[in-house]
Ligand binder design. Structure first.
Ligand SMILES: [Zn+2]
Length: 680
């Protein structure tokens, strides 16, 4: 095959979805990898000057080509999966991963970055360029590039061991989850459980050749039992099994207790090799938060301000359970059940009812109008090759008619599409030899498509998801940064990435905005205010209890990786108990082994980072607070948000962007208010 006929190697315009075939993948990736490796060898050689032009720019160009080609493959893998494509994807993925690993360990390149950082030229670079150089040096350091030979060996061994332990942790949890099976034959024991759940349980039993119904600890089976089963003994049995997974209550080979101890020890050792006191400090280096103390103070502040609301939620639940459900003592296995009953008693409305008011054309038009109003832009239909006939393509133009960016919208679920919703970049904005390369984004959701001659109807949750992903999309598309590494969402701190997306969600709770996006599919009537008020009340149902629960997990994670001594003899469970006594309103039974299944922090990359969920919520709520002060559709505030937050991407620290927009440090008041926890 001729290389120039390979559409994956055509970077002249938009991705050529009509032409790309699975057989293009291996030749394109092999050729790009070979080309890039040859180039890197040249760039890393002593003869190459340590200047932006001599090595950073050519390296960015080369990596961009690989990212674009592989990004297109990854995109198709996500939205148009076929056995041939999956095979080509899996065959090429290790090669690409290997390339990035090599690059991150190339000490000659690290030397070039350091030389550039120390040179006269560095002071003349734009802030965006300087930040790219700084980020590169930071990442090299954090992967151990500056250690001596012995330390480097130890560091690599720890990394390998940690990877193994994390995998073991999640495999133990999975095995323990799957090990529990409960077959029940008496339908009388199953009262309250929804019919569709029972059907699935019966089919599962049948598949095993058993009579009756099969229940497991997997979410689709476990959660409905906890939420709906009237049978208290059944709930207790399932709860006990669930919260003791991968602990000393089960077989020793699936017990995660000693893995936790080893992981914590090794993380601390690795941190100390890098010159830090603990893993929390290392984890925060590439994040927006500066110090563990700052994160702890933030979490404790939120806890202090929300605890009374959590207590109120809990007292209400206890009183309701005692009075209406005959549960004199509210146990851990009663909480979800009683909450669901209380929720229905208070806010009876169905998603189905709400859905009739959100036909797709109205929602999309409302979203576009909001973006146009806030940022002084226009969104127009455009044409491009697409991967499915249902995909649409749009362009964003400025007030002067100039192109800003373009995006694909792929809304409906398909068999060939992976679950969830996401935004991804197809092309990133940068200036190349004077010319601007305009950004292009993919916006992908999994909503139910149109049925018959009616438009697709969205639940309110769907609308929120759409706004959320568009928030990421605007962060990518409205950037004005000229350099790839910090343009759009690139180089944005991990705990700040969700600010623009969660920010957009706020508009879905704004009556003046939401009302304009509704028209009953049959009558054309707008969403009634009474229904909207119920939706708001339901949104804040038990928000206090939910808040302190998240804070409990976040504090546990941060203390565990900061001031907890992994060899001091105290157990993580004892630490968790102490935190619960401070912030929680509901104490679980003593046999609860939550740490043993906290896979976010022991196998999911969230170690000393779990707080970032709340952190981003606070930032986005506080940013939105300025719109509430100035008018939610105020274009002046919109322009400021665009200029100070969206347009600058990763080119400066997120906290500076936030302060430039808000005029002060972030505070938690707006989030509390939005959750119905305003302090009088
Ligand atoms: Zn997101």
């Amino acid at each position: 095959m001729l290389m120039n006929s390979n559409p994956l190697l055509d970077f002249s315009g938009l991705p050529r979805f009509a032409a790309v075939k699975p057989e293009h993948i291996a030749p394109a990736i092999d050729s790009l990898l070979a080309e890039n490796r040859a180039l890197i060898e040249r760039l890393a050689a002593p003869a190459t000057a340590s200047t932006w032009e001599a090595f950073v720019e050519p390296l960015e160009d080369a990596n961009e080509r690989l990212s674009r080609a592989w990004g297109m493959v990854g995109h198709l893998h996500g939205v148009l999966d076929s056995p041939e494509l999956r095979e080509a994807y899996s065959a090429n993925e290790p090669k690409v991963v290997q390339y990035w690993t090599e690059l991150g360990q190339n000490l000659a390149l690290f030397g070039k970055y350091k030389a550039l950082r120390a040179s006269e030229e560095y002071r003349a670079l734009t802030p965006a360029q300087a930040r790219i150089v700084d980020n590169e040096i930071r990442d090299f350091r954090l992967s151990g590039a500056e250690l001596g030979p012995e330390e480097k060996k130890r560091f690599a061994a720890i990394a390998e061991e940690l990877a193994r332990l994390s995998t073991q942790f999640s495999e133990n949890l999975l095995d323990a989850t799957n090990a529990f099976v409960l077959y029940l034959e008496d339908k009388g024991e199953l009262a309250g459980i929804p019919e569709d759940v029972l059907e699935a349980a019966r089919a599962a039993a049948e598949k095993d050749g058993k009579p009756g119904w099969k229940f497991t600890l997997q979410a689709p089976s476990y959660l409905p039992v906890m939420q709906y089963a009237d049978n208290r003994a059944l709930r207790e049995k399932m709860y006990h099994a669930y919260v003791t997974r991968a602990s000393e209550f089960g077989p020793a080979e699936r017990d995660n207790t000693s893995l936790i101890a080893q992981i914590l020890r090794l993380r601390r050792e690795a941190a100390q090799l890098l010159g830090y006191a603990n893993h929390a400090e290392v984890s925060l280096v590439p994040k927006m938060a500066d110090r563990p103390e700052q994160v702890i103070a933030f979490l404790e502040d939120l806890a202090a301000k929300s605890k009374s609301f959590a207590q109120r939620d809990y007292d209400e639940l206890k009183a309701f359970a005692a009075r209406d459900l005959g549960l004199a003592q509210l146990e851990a296995w009663d909480a979800a059940y009683a909450s669901e009953k209380l929720r229905i008693a208070r806010y009876a409305f169905s998603d189905q009812e709400v859905k009739q008011y959100f036909p797709e054309p109205k929602v999309l038009a409302g979203l576009f109008r909001l973006i146009e109003t806030l940022y002084g832009l226009r969104i127009e239909n455009d044409q491009a090759e697409v991967w499915d006939p249902a995909v649409r393509f749009f362009r964003i133009v400025g007030a002067d008619g100039a192109l800003v960016g373009r995006f694909y919208v792929d809304l409906y679920a398909r068999e060939t599409k992976r679950g969830g919703a996401w935004m991804d970049d197809a092309v990133t904005r940068r200036r190349k030899r004077g010319d601007v390369q305009h950004p292009v984004a993919y916006l992908v959701c999994n909503f139910p498509g149109p049925v018959g001659n009616k438009p697709a109807l969205f639940t309110h949750d769907d609308v929120i998801t759409l706004f959320h992903e568009f928030g990421h999309g605007l962060h990518h598309l409205l950037t004005r940064v000229d350099y790839l590494g910090v343009s759009g969402i690139h180089g944005v701190e991990w705990d700040a990435v969700e600010l623009p997306s969660q920010f957009m969600e706020n508009f879905c709770w704004e009556w003046d905005v939401l009302r304009e996006m509704t028209a009953h599919v049959d009558t054309g009537a707008r969403l009634p205010r009474t229904l909207f008020d119920k939706m708001i009340a339901a949104k804040n149902f038990q928000s206090g209890m939910q808040m302190v629960r998240q804070l409990e997990f976040s504090l546990f994670d941060m203390h565990l990786h900061w001031d907890f001594d992994p060899v001091g003899g105290r157990t993580p469970l004892a630490l968790l108990d102490e935190i619960r006594r401070k912030v929680a309103v509901m104490m679980p039974p003593a046999y609860n082994r939550f740490p043993n299944n906290f896979s976010h922090i022991f196998s999911g990359g969230y170690s000393a980072g779990y707080y970032s969920y709340k952190w981003a919520e606070v930032l986005s709520a506080d940013a939105y607070g300025l719109f509430e002060e100035k008018g939610v559709l105020d274009p002046v505030t919109g322009a400021r948000f665009r200029d100070e937050v969206l347009a600058v991407g990763g080119s400066r620290p997120a906290i500076e962007s936030f302060k430039a927009f808000r005029g002060r440090e972030p505070t938690v008041e707006a989030l509390l208010r939005h959750n119905g926890m305003a302090v009088a």
